[in-house]
Design a protein around this ligand. Sequence first.
Ligand code: HEC
Length: 94
Amino acid sequence: MKKTVILLVFTFALVACQSEATILQENETITFYNKNCAGCHGLELNGTGLAGGIRNLNKKDILDSINNGEENMPANILTGESAKRVALWVSKQK
Ligand code: HEC
């Protein structure tokens, strides 16, 4: 019984830590977006005078745009893991 309780507490602690890490990672991803993309695509992803909105796109297309660039958008503003994370996050903004 005691072991079960300890195991349960441990499991809850682990789950709590994990979701906190997920939130921190999401905040970091939003910061990447805000610093590297929002200047042209807007904090709300609805576009600015410089570029259009980028809602309702799929992750692959977004990643292609980041990797290869678009007119007036340089390639590789972000690379590697941060590019993937921003692409995934943007694709979830419907
Ligand atoms: C210097 C300005 C600038 C920055 C910074 C910039 N973009 Fe762009 N982006 C553009 C322009 C211009 C286009 C061409 C189409 C348009 O006007 O929306 C474009 C196109 C795109 C497209 C294709 C849109 C579509 O409808 O197919 C995506 C996706 C995209 N950008 C994502 C991003 C992401 C993610 C970042 C940050 C890593 C970023 N952009 C940073 C200017 C920019």
